[in-house]
Design a protein around this ligand. Structure first.
Ligand code: SF4
Length: 348
């Protein structure tokens, strides 16, 4: 089959989510609004959408083009209300479980991945389904399967109940995966054969915390197999590194993201752990706790991997109503990762 044709450019290139790069290179001068206090904004880069989120959103949009509305989506396609509501306005219907989807309508599975039982049930019902699981999450699924086939039990480092963790555990039979969340969990872990283990990790964890858990696993089970370091994805790693660069210089730091977005919550923790105790998670500008920003001179801003750039723009606009703002983008890495769409969405 021919390679899928992507008809919609990545969100970062679309008019509805405009770039603010022009404004960054031409900051406002204090003379423009002399009565407002000065505020220097350190804008982390990379921030916001990753390739897996961009692909998942495109999948829903192309599915709407190809099949017409409604297209059903099992779970939030990515953890961001703004994105979900934008897609709802275009004809997507978000549901919790597959049994809420009629047999004759297409369904998309979210970027976080799903247990194997979910596509199996869709197949049994002869449904059209499109799997928007991020390829980097699918890679972890395949690694876990490979270790299981070679007779190893899997220790998964992740957060209980997170959809990605539910999806990864659901790749293997019941009891094949042991979940650990902390170093203390490693100490109390009971396994049938300590010589026959492998580990895998959720992709959106704290790089530092996960390193400590991996070290504890390797100390206790020296023959444990696994990735060289962990399975944390490039986007999570890069966004945390960018926050580490700006947090020590910032009086306060805003992370644009949802409370159920693992990578966004981790960014707040990373900022607090690297010198910025006043780090706050906000979904929209309307949620900013303005009294906490009084008298600050330097504000860090970043966005989780599921938060569109338009929300950063919105925050900058709100800041400019209260401060004379200068913006400095602090770039710690550049990203050019793009994932292809699934073949089922290829142009005919
Ligand atoms: Fe994929 Fe990482 Fe983005 Fe998750 S955060 S969708 S694993 S690139």
């Amino acid at each position: 089959m021919a390679s899928p044709t992507i008809t919609i450019p990545p969100y970062t290139q679309r008019q509805e989510f405009p770039s603010i790069m022009t404004e960054i290179t031409a900051p406002e001068t204090a003379a423009a609004q002399p009565s407002l206090p000065p505020l220097h904004v350190l804008l982390a880069a990379p921030r916001g959408f990753c390739a897996g989120v961009d692909r998942a959103i495109q999948i829903v949009e192309v599915a709407l083009q190809k099949f017409g509305a409604p297209v059903y989506v099992r779970h939030e396609i990515v953890h961001n209300r703004f994105v979900v509501e934008s897609l709802e306005a275009k004809g997507a219907v978000f549901v919790k479980e597959l049994d809420e989807v009629p047999d004759d309508r297409p369904v998309v599975f979210s970027a976080h991945g799903v247990p194997k039982a979910v596509p199996a049930e869709a197949q049994r019902r002869n449904m059209i389904y499109v799997d928007a699981t991020c390829p980097l999450v699918s890679k972890v699924h395949r690694e876990a399967e490979r270790h299981h086939e070679s007779g190893r039990a899997i220790v998964l480092i992740g957060h209980a109940g997170h959809p990605e963790v539910v999806g990864t555990i659901g790749q293997l039979p019941d009891g094949a995966v042991h979940l650990v969340e902390t170093v203390a969990d490693v100490a109390s872990l009971t396994v049938a054969d300590p010589e026959n283990l492998a580990f895998a990790t959720q992709t959106t964890l704290s790089v530092d915390d996960t390193g400590a858990i991996v070290d504890a696993l390797r100390d206790r089970f020296p023959s444990i197999a696994g990735p060289k370091r962990e399975d944390i994805c490039y986007a999570t790693t890069n966004r945390q590194a960018a926050v580490k660069a700006i947090a020590p210089k910032a009086d306060a730091l805003l992370v644009l993201g949802a409370p159920n977005s693992s990578n966004s919550v981790r960014l707040v923790e990373v900022a607090r752990g690297h010198g910025c105790t006043r780090a706050m998670l906000v979904q929209r500008a309307a949620q900013i706790d303005w009294p906490r920003l009084e008298k600050i001179r330097t504000l860090g801003i970043t966005a989780g991997a599921s938060a569109p750039e338009v929300l950063v723009d919105e925050v900058l606009t709100a800041l400019r109503e209260r401060f004379t703002v200068t913006v400095e983008e602090v770039v710690t890495a550049t990203e050019n990762v793009i994932f292809k769409l699934p073949r089922v969405l290829a142009a005919e």
